[in-house]
Design a protein around this ligand. Structure first.
Ligand code: NDP
Ligand code: GDP
Length: 350
């Protein structure tokens, strides 16, 4: 029998080449979805994450740029999706300070274009929007929920807040089934290398293998509520299976500093770290051998940062029956081991 006859649903994933796109595609394929993977045009095929999960051949790839509204409408018309997962966009907070206009154009207006296209072409499509904990930013309380005030502290956070309100507005004005997942940081061995977790695990693995001398970081005292991306994409899917669309905080309910991440990752790869120095700028972390391997570099400090926040995920627990499975310790171990293995095999990995 033709395989297409047996598909349960059709989903479009924008940002298919990214971390979440890969894990979500894997999940939907397991659930027997027809998965349309959308990504912007590139001169080279950019599929290492899909290849890593061994699913590149199971996805129908389409070129889609959220900057082009006609492109979005055309694909929705052609494919007739049941669900759209809007993951595509400039996802780095650090980069958003350097490219604030581009970030807004893609993240804010890109989401608005998608909502418009769905509303005009196929309004019964269910939409997942990748909102972010960066919309909370500064907060009077450490624990934040769906009802907490928003006070973003980066151009990325500001752009995500626009998209967040656009989703609420289209839900209320046009009755679209559109939900935002307010996701706290989620990481994995497929995380982009410019995010601090992956930067730490790749560089430490190279140091162990003699390929690098130093790991240069910014403020080690900054803290994040970190979870595993594989757990978080499951929450995205659960949101779109609800009768009524809504917004959900997805988080681990724990926060850890960058310093704690480095210490644990170093331990996993067999480096014994010792503190040296007092203030943040002088702090050096030194291996037991006496050689300094971690340096603080002002270039990785940001003009403004969110407060250390913890996500209150009780609504997701109650309504989606979701909770994270992988702990912080397991996450660090998984990432550190994966990068150590890659470094030992001599793999060049984005
Ligand atoms: P990645 O950076 O790994 O992936 C982003 C994806 O968006 C890539 O496929 C990228 O394509 C694509 N993209 C970038 N710019 C454009 C553009 N102009 N038009 C179309 N596509 C574009 O991010 P994640 O997978 O980690 O995150 C997925 C979404 O979730 C993002 O919107 C992110 O902002 C959001 N989010 C992520 C969190 C996290 O901790 N991971 C937390 C909260 C929200 P290419 O490969 O060509 O660059
Ligand atoms: P973000 O929460 O989406 O910005 O994720 P990142 O992984 O980029 O940053 C997490 C935290 O680590 C932020 O508070 C950064 O300021 C801090 N940090 C410290 N050193 C670095 C570094 O070298 N690179 C990055 N990306 N972040 C760093």
């Amino acid at each position: 029998m033709d395989k297409s006859m047996t598909f349960r649903k059709t989903a479009i994933i924008t940002g298919i080449t990214g971390q979440d796109g890969a894990y979500l595609a894997q999940l939907l394929l397991e659930k027997n979805y027809r998965v349309i993977g959308a990504s912007r045009r590139s001169s080279t095929l950019n599929l290492p994450r899909l290849a890593h999960l061994n699913i590149a051949g199971d996805i129908e790839l389409r070129t889609l740029d959220v900057l082009d509204a006609t492109n979005l409408s055309r694909i929705i018309e052609e494919v007739g999706p049941d669900e759209i997962y809007n993951l595509g966009g400039q996802s780095s907070v650090q980069t958003s300070f350097e490219q604030p206009l581009y970030t807004s154009e893609v993240v804010s207006l890109g989401t608005l274009r998608l909502l418009e296209a769905v509303n005009l072409v196929k309004p019964d499509t269910r939409i997942y929007n990748a909102s972010s904990s960066e919309i909370f930013g500064h907060s009077e309380t450490t624990m934040v929920s769906e009802d907490s005030p928003f006070y973003p502290r980066s151009p990325y956070g500001v752009a995500k807040l626009y998209a967040h309100w656009a989703v609420i507005n289209y839900r209320e004005a046009y009755d679209l089934h559109a939900s935002s997942g307010i996701l706290f940081n989620h990481e994995s061995p497929l995380r982009g290398m410019d995010f601090v977790t992956r930067k730490i695990t790749t560089t430490l693995a190279q140091i162990v293998n003699g390929g690098q001398q130093m790991l240069h970081l910014g403020n080690l005292e900054n803290a994040r509520d970190w979870g595993f991306a594989g757990d978080y994409v499951d929450a995205m899917w659960r949101m779109l299976q609800q009768d009524v669309a809504s917004d959900y905080v997805i988080a681990s309910r724990q926060t850890h500093t960058v310093r704690a991440f480095v210490e644990l990752a170093a331990k996993v790869v067999g480096i014994d770290l010792e503190w040296q120095g007092e203030g943040a700028d002088e702090v050096g972390l030194e291996a037991k051998t006496g050689r300094q391997i971690i340096g603080i570099d002002g270039r990785f400090y940001r003009p403004s940062e969110p407060d250390p926040l913890i996500g209150d995920n009780r609504k997701a627990q109650a309504e989606l029956h979701w909770q994270p499975k992988v702990s912080f310790e397991q996450l660090v171990e998984m990432m550190a081991h994966a990068d150590l293995e890659r470094a030992r095999d001599g793999q060049v990995w984005y």
